[in-house]
Design a protein around this ligand. Structure first.
Ligand SMILES: [Zn+2]
Length: 297
């Protein structure tokens, strides 16, 4: 089973996770820029974070046989802090970079005027740069928030096939299916969507325009939930080709619209799940650093 996790925050995860993900079949990930838990206080913190998503983290993923791309945005939660408005001015420079395959995560948290402005400006940037967009839906008041999100996306004039609306559930999947946008589902250990509900949604709605992700981050989450969904699909009678559609072909099709998805590294990568000191040494370092602690003696 080959897996592309289209939404995972690897900056928050350990090398053990990378090893387990590789062993489970994960060969590619997209890491959306998001909230780090600790509020940031200046645009400069975002510049360093964006540089990490484009530099150190893809280097680190490659050490474990996984191809890493990212999405860049001012997230909805921090869009409410007036000190961070300057982040919107940083975005055009970052959105032009090779490994950026979408604008995201954008969307609503509390549905405030500041969030409205950040969302509208970032949808316009996506249109200008010809990039897909990853849109987060609020966890509270999800149906109303998702309805509002779909309306704003429609008003932006972006083609719906370039928009992924994420963190959906049984209540919101129908309206997003009707909108023509892509449908994202984040499968968590004990909140929101779980594996069995996900399989039921796939049975009811089909596989078209559906993406499944772990959204694993610094909170209670599990980077192997994509694999768990694949196994549960097979147990429920879906074919291996169906699993490949949801866990590989669909994310490739969605992010491929950026023209920047480069999966040439997938075939060339090592077949060993556990990284060796020799492999790291052969791969060179990144800004004088590797994933090894100390030199490989
Ligand atoms: Zn996320």
């Amino acid at each position: 089973m080959r897996i592309f996790d289209p939404h995972i925050h690897m900056t928050s995860r350990t090398t053990d996770d990378y090893e387990r993900m590789y062993a489970a079949g994960v060969r590619a990930v997209v890491e959306p820029a998001f909230w780090l838990g600790q509020p940031r206080t200046s645009p400069a913190s975002f510049a360093d974070y964006f540089d990490g998503l484009l530099g150190w983290e893809p280097y680190r993923a490659a050490q474990f046989g996984i191809v890493h791309h990212c999405t860049i945005a001012l997230n909805p939660k921090e869009a409410n802090d007036p000190r961070l408005r300057g982040v919107l001015d940083l975005l055009p420079r970052y959105l032009a970079k090779d490994r950026v395959v979408a604008v995201g995560e954008v969307g609503y948290d509390e549905i405030s005027p500041a969030e409205d402005e950040a969302l509208t400006r970032q949808l316009a940037l996506a249109a200008e740069q010809g990039l897909p967009v990853l849109v987060h839906t609020p966890h509270r008041d999800k149906a109303a928030g998702t309805r509002r999100t779909i309306d704003v996306v429609r008003e932006s004039g972006l083609p719906p096939e370039r928009v992924l609306i994420d963190h959906l559930n049984e209540m919101t999947v129908g309206m997003v299916a009707d909108s023509g946008c892509w449908m994202g589902f984040s499968v968590y250990p004990d909140t929101k969507m779980d594996v069995d509900r996900m399989v039921t949604i796939l049975k009811d709605h089909g596989l078209d325009r559906v993406l499944v992700n772990s959204a694993a981050d610094w909170g209670r989450s599990d980077p192997l939930k994509t694999r768990a969904v694949g196994d549960a699909m097979l147990a429920a009678g879906f074919s291996e080709a169906d699993v490949d559609t949801v866990l590989w072909a669909n994310p490739v099709a969605f992010y491929g619209q950026s023209g920047r998805l480069d999966l040439s590294g997938v075939a060339a990568q090592a077949t060993e799940a556990t990284i060796t000191a020799a492999a790291v040494a052969a791969g060179g370092d990144y800004a004088g650093n590797t994933v090894l602690r100390g030199s490989p003696a």
